[in-house]
Design a protein around this ligand. Structure first.
Ligand SMILES: [Ca+2]
Length: 344
C-alpha cells in the first residue's frame, strides 16, 4: 500500500513537473505567438505616407547624386581640358623663350664682336674722311658729319661724300653748280670754308691741309653748258699749312679735260686781300676768286659763275683752259679727294 502511495506521489510530482513545464512552455509559446497590440488605422496611413515620402526623397537624392556625379565629371573634364590648354600655352611660352634666348645670344655675340673690334677702330681706323666712312659701310652719297678727333687735331666737320662714283669714298672739297654763292672772298673765308655743303661751297684751306696730310688723290669733274663732262685726276695732291700759304703740290695727271692745274703747281694760295701769286698783277682780284694763282691762270674753278649765254664772254669765269679755253665758264665743277691707299 505504501509503495503504491509512494509511486502515486512520485507520479504526481512528475506529472506536476511535466505539467508545470508544459504550462511554462505553452505560456512562452503563447507569448511569442501573440501579435502586437493593433494600432489605430490613422497611424498606419501616416507611416505609409511617410514611407512613400522617404522613398520619393531617396529617389530624388539618388537622382541628385547622379546629377552631381555627372556635373563633377563635367567639371573634371573641363579641368582636364584647361590643363591641356595650359600645357599647350606653357609649351608655346617655352618655345618663345628659347627663341628669345637664341636671339638674345646672337645679339650678345654681335655686341661682343663689336666690343672686340672697337679698340682697333679707335686707333687705326678713325673716321677722318669719307673714305673711312665708306669702309664703315656708309655707301650712300650725301652729307656726313666727321667727328672731332683730338689725336689728329681735327674739329667736327660737315662734309659731302661721293660714295658712288669711281669707287666712292670721295670727300668733296669744292662745288660749283647753283651759281648763287660768290667765290670772291677773303683769306679768312677761304681758310675756314664757306657756302652750303649740298650746293656751292669751298671746304676751307685748313681742312684741305688736314685732309691731305696722308697721300691723297684729287679728282676734278666738270660739265659744260652742252651737258658734256670731262675730268682731271691727280694721283698726288697736297697743300702746305697756313704759314706756307697753303702751297699746292700736284703730280701724276690723268684724265680727258687736260692738265690745267700743272701751271698752278708749287704756287701759294691767293685771295683778293692776300696777293701770293707770281705776277705783278693781283690775279685774285683780276680773276675774282681765291686760288693757287701763278700769272695768272690755266684754270680758274673758283671764278665767277656765268650762266648760259654770258658764259663765253669773260676771262674771270669758271674756266679750264685745257678743255674750253680762257673765256668759257663751265656749268658745273666738283673737286673731290680720296686717300691713295683707298680700295673700294
Ligand atoms: Ca701779284
Amino acid at each position: 500500500m505504501v509503495k503504491s502511495v509512494k509511486m502515486t506521489a512520485t507520479s504526481l510530482a512528475v506529472l506536476l513537473l511535466v505539467l508545470g513545464h508544459a504550462m511554462a512552455q505553452s505560456s512562452f509559446k503563447k507569448n511569442l505567438a501573440t501579435p502586437k497590440p493593433a494600432k489605430p488605422a490613422q497611424c498606419c496611413d501616416e507611416v505609409r505616407s511617410l514611407k512613400v515620402q522617404v522613398a520619393s526623397l531617396s529617389s530624388i537624392l539618388e537622382e541628385m547624386s547622379k546629377k552631381q556625379e555627372s556635373d563633377l565629371m563635367k567639371v573634371v573634364r573641363q579641368m582636364m581640358d584647361l590643363e591641356k590648354l595650359n600645357q599647350q600655352h606653357e609649351a608655346r611660352v617655352t618655345e618663345a623663350e628659347s627663341k628669345y634666348s637664341e636671339i638674345y645670344n646672337q645679339i650678345e655675340i654681335m655686341q661682343l664682336q663689336a666690343a672686340q673690334s672697337a679698340p682697333q677702330q679707335s686707333t687705326s681706323d678713325a673716321i677722318y674722311d669719307c673714305a673711312s666712312l665708306y669702309h664703315k659701310n656708309y655707301k650712300i652719297s650725301g652729307e656726313y658729319k666727321l667727328p672731332k678727333d683730338d689725336f689728329l687735331g681735327t674739329p667736327e666737320l660737315n662734309v659731302y661724300c661721293d660714295m658712288e662714283n669711281n669707287g666712292g669714298g670721295w670727300t668733296v672739297i669744292q662745288r660749283r653748280k647753283v651759281g648763287l654763292t660768290s667765290f670772291n672772298r677773303d683769306w679768312k673765308q677761304y681758310k675756314n670754308g664757306f657756302g652750303a655743303i649740298r650746293g656751292d661751297f669751298w671746304i676751307g684751306n685748313e681742312n684741305i691741309f688736314r685732309l691731305t696730310r696722308q697721300p691723297t688723290v684729287l679728282r676734278i669733274e666738270m660739265e659744260d653748258w652742252e651737258g658734256e663732262t670731262r675730268y682731271a685726276e691727280y694721283a698726288f695732291f697736297t697743300v702746305s699749312n697756313e704759314m706756307n700759304s697753303y702751297k699746292l703740290f700736284i703730280a701724276n695727271y690723268s684724265g680727258n679735260a687736260g692738265d690745267s692745274l700743272r701751271y698752278h703747281n708749287n704756287t701759294n694760295f691767293s685771295t683778293k686781300n692776300k696777293d701770293n701769286d707770281k705776277c705783278v698783277d693781283n690775279c685774285a682780284q683780276l680773276r675774282q676768286g681765291g686760288y693757287w694763282y701763278n700769272c695768272c691762270t690755266d684754270s680758274n674753278v673758283n671764278g665767277v659763275f656765268y650762266r648760259y649765254g654770258s658764259h663765253t664772254k669773260n676771262p674771270d669765269g669758271i674756266s679750264w683752259y685745257g678743255w674750253h679755253g680762257p673765256n668759257y665758264s663751265l656749268k658745273r665743277v666738283e673737286m673731290k679727294i680720296r686717300p691713295q691707299s683707298f680700295v673700294p
